[in-house]
Structure formats: C-alpha cells, structure tokens
Design a protein around this ligand. Structure first.
Ligand code: 5GP
Length: 173
C-alpha cells in the first residue's frame, strides 16, 4: 500500500477555499460569472469553491494536458475537451488546482480572451511561484507551496491519488 506525507491538510484547504469564495462572491456580485474548471486536477477544488459561493454562477469545464504521464511539464498545452457554450460577453473565472510553470494558464487566458469574454481571471488553490517559466499571477491565489511534486485534492501521479482529501507528497508506492 502507498504511503504519503500530508503537506496541506483538508482543513487548511477548506479554510483557504472559503476565503477565496468570499472575495469572489463580493467581486462578482451582480455580474454574470462563468466558472471554468480546468480538468482533471481542478475538479475537487471547483466543487468545493462553487459550494462556498454566495452568488449565482454557471459552470463549465475545459480539459487540457501539459504533462502526459510525466512529472515535469513539457510546455506543450493540448486541449482535450473544450467548453460547451458560447462565452461572448461573459465574465470567466478559470479554476485551477495548481500553477506551476504558468504555461497552461497563460495559454488558456489568451484562448479565452480571444473568444471575446468580458473578462478572464484566474483562481488557483495551490501555487508554486518558484517554478514559473512565464509571468502568471493568479487573481485569486490559494496556498503557496515549495517546489515539490504533490498529489491529492485532484492532483494525480499516473492518474492515481486524485481522490486523496489532503495535498501530499508520495513517500512510497
Ligand atoms: P503549468 O502549466 O503551470 O506548469 O502546469 C500546471 C498543471 O501541471 C497543474 O494544473 C497540474 O495538473 C500539473 N502539475 C504541476 N505541478 C504538479 C505537481 O506537483 N503534482 C501534480 N500531480 N501535478 C502537477
């Protein structure tokens, strides 16, 4: 059986998620907000964030891959599943699990801006600023973590461990 070291507990994740949701609810009150979850890693944070919001929102998902099955970014972003609806004139908030090199969100921000949204902002629960290859500052930033490979709370290693409720490092597989 695999063993893990908990780096960010579920309680810390929940507290930060609530804080971010409060700010987002205040900032977007009276506006038409579309939350776009970045699959697959962002699914758990999106579900928790959406339930803490106190405004009406729409939800959609985009799936992209920059890592394949590797533990380092290749820098190439591929769209595996695009959003379903026309987003012209909508306020879009991209909801991510983790910003690492910043390449994925830079690509997605440019893509959504080109689609004619009223605004495109970024919310992430985890951030590794020391690993940036391009400048990317989240509008709603969660918890800053050091440069270590993590799993859990949506994040995988070879498609496993996404369901762990805490953010962990792998001790042994
Ligand atoms: P970026 O384009 O910012 O380098 O890539 C961000 C994406 O890479 C994250 O959404 C996540 O899916 C993946 N990623 C980055 N760091 C890690 C990590 O430590 N663990 C896992 N499982 N995925 C990571």
């Amino acid at each position: 059986m695999s063993t893990f070291n908990v780096l960010i507990s579920r309680e810390e994740l929940a507290k930060k998620t609530k804080e971010l949701a409060q700010r987002i609810s205040e900032d977007y009150r009276g506006k038409e907000l579309l939350l776009v979850g970045v699959l697959k890693g962002g699914f758990m944070f999106l579900a928790d964030l959406a339930r803490e919001l106190t405004i009406d929102v729409s939800l959609d998902f985009i799936s992209c891959s920059s890592y394949g099955n590797a533990t380092v970014s290749s820098g190439v972003v591929r769209i595996l599943k695009d959003i379903d609806y026309d987003i012209t004139g909508k306020h879009v908030l991209l909801v991510e699990d983790l910003i690492d090199t910043g390449l994925t969100l830079t690509y997605l921000k440019d893509l959504f801006t080109a689609k004619g949204c009223a605004s495109v902002k970024v919310c992430t629960i985890l951030d590794k600023p020391s690993r940036r290859k391009v400048e990317m500052i989240a509008d709603y930033e969660g918890i800053v973590i050091p440069d270590a490979f993590v799993v859990g709370y949506g994040l995988d290693y070879g498609e496993k461990y996404r369901n762990l409720p805490d953010v962990c490092s792998i001790v042994s597989e």
